[in-house]
Design a protein around this ligand. Structure first.
Ligand SMILES: Nc1nc2c(c(=O)[nH]1)N[C@H]1C(S)=C(S)[C@@H](COP(=O)(O)O)O[C@H]1N2
Ligand SMILES: [Mo]
Length: 423
């Protein structure tokens, strides 16, 4: 057979060959040449009868119209308005690991502000030898770094504590994005100012009305934090903090201050609104855990899923998803089709990178059986992503933030998916 796809596993190749031998249309992975001619092959199509667009038709390109539903979406009832609100990355429709900025979720406390590079000022003050102010042009003169990290809002999956709620990976797990940042190390700027021995924390704030102030231990600030001005090669989009934002690898998204304007070196945490009344975790016994900065290992099957049903019938099926850990690299992801009774180890598309999204695939065969699809991530510290029941033991059901439990999709025999819980 001449149109056999290359590079398939032996079992899948055998499957394709078997189907070709009976001469019928194939259940998956390709079709045997039909007896009656396919107009799309034998007839001259409109796109071959004229010329296409010239090179300048779209000086800055957008996705083709047929991909128009791959967009950020919000959940209207979640917040009172869209100014202090959040939307969700369409992770069910993306592949690979890099999130295009144009569909990377946004979270603003007082709206996305419009600031010119010329108007950007970043002050470092407090317990420093020399208080300094950097312009955007000043930032560009420090040694530059390129690093890829995920940003996950602490509230991601936060609506799922009490039960399966939102029907789609975009809504249950889409408060996440993963970008390659270009910028300078926060360390280089702090060293330029010189930290006094009493300096143990930094308090970072943004230029927007909310300011979104957060305290970060100096140890983390000097370790791997960045002031980023490019993402995925191009300038940060307005909604992600143009012209510069803070990058706090592996730690909750709230700390990644956008439109950053000031870094104060202090001897203690400020205990601002965002780290007291918000972004603290209510525990099973009703008390609150003070700070949870690191995002623990987590994963989700992005397809098949409620917004990405199986449409191709029986036969070869690619199950795919994302895994990540704020504590380092993902080392393994297991997939279960029976709600966690049995597990198969998935294939990582690339070795896990610390504090960045990892893509996994399970190349399998589906013959229409119902599945309770789950994924379970493991990271380099040996940590294993917990079940919902395990998390609830310590966290109860009144938490919002830091829900990294194993997600279940019920895939029905017609290929459709639904968010469910298995106990
Ligand atoms: N200045 C400022 N920084 C901010 C916020 C904000 O409202 N203002 N929101 C925070 C929260 S809660 C999150 S989850 C991330 C979201 O980043 P994104 O909008 O680029 O996805 O930015 C953080 N940084
Ligand atoms: Mo957030």
């Amino acid at each position: 057979m001449s149109n056999k796809p290359k590079g398939l596993t032996p079992s899948r190749r055998a499957f394709l060959k078997g189907a070709a031998a009976v001469g019928g249309s194939m259940a998956g992975g390709g079709a045997a040449l039909a007896a009656s001619p396919d107009p799309l092959i034998v007839e001259k199509q409109p796109w071959a009868q004229g010329t296409g667009d010239g090179v300048d038709a779209s000086p800055y390109g957008l996705p083709i119209q047929y991909e128009g539903d791959v967009v950020r979406r919000n959940v209207e009832w979640l917040t009172a308005d869209t100014i202090s609100s959040i939307n969700f990355t369409p992770i069910h429709a993306l592949d690979g690991t890099i999130t295009p900025q144009g569909c990377a979720f946004e979270r603003h406390h007082s709206g996305a502000i419009d600031m010119r590079k010329e108007d950007f000022r970043l002050m470092i003050n407090g317990l420093v030898d020399t208080p300094l102010v950097f312009s955007y042009a000043d930032l560009e003169r420090f040694p530059r770094e390129n690093r890829t990290f995920f940003l996950e809002c602490a509230a991601n999956t936060g609506m799922e504590w009490a039960g399966a709620q939102l029907n789609g990976a975009q809504f249950t797990h889409g408060m996440i994005h993963n970008m390659e940042y270009s910028g300078v190390s926060l360390r280089s700027l702090l060293e330029e100012a010189g930290i006094k021995p009493e300096g143990k924390w930094v308090y970072v704030e943004g230029a927007d009305a909310s300011s979104n102030g957060r305290s970060i231990p100096l140890e983390k600030a000097l370790d791997d934090c960045m002031i980023a001005f490019k993402a995925n090669g191009e300038a940060l989009r307005k909604e992600h903090g143009y012209p510069a934002r803070l990058v706090v690898p592996g730690w909750e998204g709230n700390m990644w201050v956008k439109w950053i304007r000031r870094i104060e070196v202090t001897d203690q945490p400020i205990e601002s609104r965002e780290e007291t009344s918000k972004y603290t975790d209510t525990l099973e016994d009703g008390t609150s855990r003070k700070w949870t900065w690191v995002m623990d290992a987590k994963s989700v099957v992005t397809s098949p899923s409620p917004q990405s049903p199986i449409k191709h019938g029986h036969g070869p099926l690619v199950i795919t998803g994302l895994a990540w850990s704020g504590r380092g690299a993902i080392t393994r992801v297991d997939v279960s089709k029976d709600g966690g009774k049995t597990w198969e180890t998935a294939r990582l598309a690339n070795p896990g990178q610390p504090m960045a999204l990892t893509r996994f695939y399970l190349d399998t065969t589906w013959t229409g059986e119902e599945m309770l699809l789950q994924s379970r991530a493991m990271d380099e510290t040996g940590y294993v992503q917990p079940t919902k029941a395990m998390l609830r033991e310590t966290r109860g059901e009144n938490s919002i933030y830091h829900n990294n439990c194993i997600q279940t999709w019920w895939i029905k025999s017609n290929g459709e998916g639904e968010n469910v819980e298995v106990s």
